[in-house]
Design a protein around this ligand. Sequence first.
Ligand SMILES: NC(=O)c1ccc[n+]([C@@H]2O[C@H](COP(=O)([O-])OP(=O)(O)OC[C@H]3O[C@@H](n4cnc5c(N)ncnc54)[C@H](OP(=O)(O)O)[C@@H]3O)[C@@H](O)[C@H]2O)c1
Length: 419
Amino acid sequence: MASSSRSYEVVVFGATGFTGKYTCEHIVSNLPTDLKWAVAGRSAEKLQQLVKELQSAYPDRLAPEVETASLDKSSLKKLAAKTKVLISTVGPYHLYGEAAVAACAESGTHYLDVTGESPWVLDMIKKYDSTAKSNNAIIIPQIGVESAPADLLSWSIVTHARRTLSAGIAELIFSVYDMKAAPSGGTFATAIGIFDAYPISKITEASKPWSLSAIPSPPQATASTTPLVQKLLGVRTVRDLGTLTTSLQGGADATIVHRSWSLFDSGKFYGSKFKFSPYVHVRNVFTGILVHVALAVGVLFLLLPPVRWLAKRLVFQPGQGPSRDASRNDRVEYRALATVDSEADPRDPKRITGRLAWQGSMYQLTGVFLAEAAVTLARDDEFAAKQVGGGFLTPATLGAPFLERLQKAGLKVDVRVMP
Ligand SMILES: NC(=O)c1ccc[n+]([C@@H]2O[C@H](COP(=O)([O-])OP(=O)(O)OC[C@H]3O[C@@H](n4cnc5c(N)ncnc54)[C@H](OP(=O)(O)O)[C@@H]3O)[C@@H](O)[C@H]2O)c1
């Protein structure tokens, strides 16, 4: 990348949106004051208004530059050529996201987004992975609440197992232990719009746990070991994690974690038996069954166009979301339990626990992920993504420098071998 000739280190495209604003706030409140950055979007007037708000909240900071850009590729190529890293918060991505990915892949610009739309990610990898690789553009989709926590906690556990026990991981059970949050209009529009945009066969194909893996899945991954009762009722009880059930975002998280599995030494670093199993924690078996059934019925209803039409009118509209006051006590805590792939003692394998927690709005957390990943890409060098050089990578490939920055910003991460 001819980075020295670029005007900016970071550009936030979609800065005027709900997530874009949180991202800009984190940049002005936490990132180095000498960062060269710009806000970008389709409306110069809205962008100027945003700059005014940022300046009045943080009067000591230099104001960001303003760049207007439309969704056509030539406009986005001009924008991408001006920066080392482009953050895109313009969604739904399956409607508006492709031109930014193409522009970055062709211009050798690193790219970050917060989609959770697996069918779209699958299409983008097929279309632009080799272009991005040949131009050394690091493209990291899904670096929001979907799927950075799952990917980073899994990577932290695997790294801990390698460092302390010289072993990989067999199964990593991941659970959303506690979450208080409400979705924005943009998130609703995206989740519902998926069913307008793709046939159910494509959604099913892209939601398979290994759909985004860069290499074929390990043989045991295709052999289903899930008991029939769990398949039907969705509930599993795990010592030290409690009662678990089907997770709404588990499918999207699994595709990214398994892509990370494939990117680190072709699966050898995570382990040849590695498998990521995502759930949500519930109080008891009855609640677990209810959640599992409600999710299945919800998806069936969303297949019906009139239900989608009605749902779009009943929720927040794009640009809106939960107020700062309403989000004040939001929080999330993830817990994971991993079984070490132990050749020395296969009948009594060691176990590793992990916890990742955040106090505050999920959209603020998404902005933190985006901003800290951008500065990692712009200024740091010692992590896997830079060694790979380019292509469609994952949050975990930003490694320790990214995690350290996140911890300074308030993310709690704790990993230990169980006694
Ligand atoms: N998975 C996760 O963890 C996660 C978390 C947060 C957000 N998200 C995703 O991020 C996306 C954004 O969410 P949000 O709530 O921030 O949405 P939003 O408030 O509606 O913001 C969308 C942004 O895109 C811009 N935009 C829309 N259409 C455009 C067009 N045709 N040309 C140029 N810009 C356009 C908007 O510009 P204007 O202001 O000019 O309208 C706005 O800046 C959604 O897809 C959502 O699902 C995912």
